[in-house]
Design a protein around this ligand. Structure first.
Ligand code: GDP
Ligand code: GDP
Length: 462
């Protein structure tokens, strides 16, 4: 599979120069393709093993009138709509300008992969601009020099996992068309008709060991009718997903053929294979780890919960068959203790009790999923973060291993889904793991973020 990369950014940041470098001699202009404006150039690029299409959204140089902003916006939006990945350039020698912020806003609202690059970074002149680029909140920037060809390997390093993810997503695409409504944003009138983007339902996967009650739970949520009229014909050994309205929330539930067919299959012991589990986790925004109250936290449960955390998914632990439990109070205490001990990496994740059979507790599960999803998407302002960091440092200053004075200067959130933060520090490699944990736990507590992995990277502030 191949993907499309759009180079976007304000005029003069170096888009065309980079475009020419990526496309090289094979430059192919396809201006006359329907739907492509004259302003968008398209070419075939190759970087390492990756082959892809690049779109250059330059061509605004001559638009110096006051409609510049509108044109820029329109062109960028069109490029973004055509692209799987957006490469957002800023000029590292100039730093982040208000116009760059406008672009960042456009990109943040799009559901696309965005890579920020601090271009013109050759030499040292781009250092300050590179640091500023963190504050755009669109991920960790790549240092690039399109003109000198520097940083291209770093760009490739960032592109490869995204290309992988896109490929997996393409494989996992359900074979039926979702019946979700389209979401046409209201925009200014001058905008040309746009390709409507699909409203994205919250993606949920239910995972757990065989007999935990996954099929029962999913069927309960879907309701009998839904199941009968669902995309049954599309069932293969592959996974499908079903879009439904769950108490007013559009959700899409990942389901494997194995899970749904099992009711009719004799062999109840058929395992949910590792690759099924992995696929379910990759698909999901929120992973519900379903435990059987009789045998909670089995090896298989722990492994899949850990996998969900490592893949950066929001996690909700649901203990099923609660209807069979006689000593609910004691059991709950016992479960919470086991959870803390066996899954410390998921600290703070909600644990709810349900009965898939009777439907009791499903409203709580619904609530926990929504909350986990919200937290997973949480964005904290740089100002709040730095106030918080100052407090944390004061309360418990970093140690001075080997006499090295660790100074932490600046924190910023670089990503959501899950929330990821960068802290600029001296001697990042000397900061002990326990101090990073202190910061992560602090973030979780102080900004109320249960149920989501939190990533923290320490960067040398140079
Ligand atoms: P666009 O308007 O975003 O397409 O920008 P261009 O590619 O036309 O570049 C604008 C100016 O920046 C030109 O003068 C380029 O030579 C210069 N430029 C582009 N890339 C780099 C770079 O990596 N380093 C430096 N120093 N200048 C660059
Ligand atoms: P799966 O293998 O995880 O899909 O599990 P199933 O949904 O097939 O359920 C396994 C068994 O547990 C079936 O006999 C279900 O009837 C039973 N079961 C599922 N949920 C509940 C529940 O909430 N309470 C009780 N008592 N039994 C349940």
């Amino acid at each position: 599979m191949t993907f499309t990369l759009a180079i976007v950014g304000r005029p003069n940041v170096g888009k065309s120069t980079l475009f020419n470098r990526l496309v090289g001699k094979k430059l192919a202009l396809v201006d006359d393709q329907p739907g492509v404006t004259r302003d968008l150039r398209e070419g075939a690029a190759r970087l390492g093993d990756l082959k892809f299409t690049v779109i250059d959204s330059a061509g605004l140089e001559d638009a110096t009138d006051d409609s510049l902003q509108g044109r820029m916006r329109r062109l960028t939006e069109r490029a973004v709509e055509m692209a799987d990945i957006c490469l957002f350039l800023i000029d590292a020698r100039v730093g982040v300008t208000p116009v760059d912020e406008v672009f960042a806003d456009i990109l943040r609202r799009k559901n696309a992969h965005v890579i920020v690059a601090a271009n013109k970074s050759e030499g040292k002149a781009g250092d300050a601009g590179y640091l500023e680029a963190f504050s755009l909140g669109l991920g960790e920037p790549v240092r690039l020099s399109g003109e000198h060809g520097e940083g291209i390997t770093d760009l490739l390093q960032v592109l490869m996992p995204i290309a992988d993810e896109l490929e997996k997503a393409a494989e996992d695409q359900p074979s039926f068309e979702p019946e979700t409504d389209v979401d046409v944003e209201d925009g200014d009138e001058e905008l040309a008709p746009r390709v409507p983007t699909k409203a994205k339902p919250l993606q949920i996967a239910v995972v757990g060991r065989p007999n935990a009650g996954k099929s029962t739970l999913i069927n309960k949520i879907l309701g009998e009718e839904r199941l009968l009229t669902g995309p049954e014909a599309g069932i293969t050994r592959d996974a499908i997903s079903l879009a439904i309205d769950w108490e007013g929330t559009p959700v899409r539930i990942f389901d494997t053929a194995g899970m749904r067919k099992k009711a009719r299959i004799e062999d109840k012991l058929e395992k949910m294979s590792v690759s099924d589990g992995l696929r379910a986790v990759r698909f999901a925004e929120v992973v519900v780890v379903l435990l059987d109250v009789e045998i909670p936290f089995e090896q298989q449960d722990l492994r899949i919960a850990d996998l969900a955390e490592r893949e950066g998914r929001a996690v909700v632990i649901a203990v099923n068959k609660w209807d069979t439990e006689d000593h609910k109070q004691d059991k709950l205490k016992e479960l919470r203790e086991a959870f803390e001990r066996l899954l410390p990496q998921l600290r703070g994740a909600p644990l709810v009790t349900v009965s898939a059979k009777t439907g009791k507790g499903l409203d709580r599960l619904h609530g926990a999923i929504l909350k986990a999803h919200e937290v997973w998407n949480r964005r904290i302002s740089t100002a709040n973060l730095n106030r918080w960091l100052a407090g944390m440092l004061e309360q418990h200053p970093p140690p001075a291993p080997g006499g090295k004075r660790i100074k932490m200067r600046y924190a910023t959130q670089v990503k959501t889904r899950p929330p990821a933060f960068v802290v600029m520090t001296s001697y990042p490699e000397a900061v002990p793991e326990s101090y990073s944990r202190y910061l992560i736990n602090g973030l979780r507590m102080d900004f109320d973020m249960p149920g989501t992995p939190i990533r923290l990277t320490l960067r040398d502030q140079g």
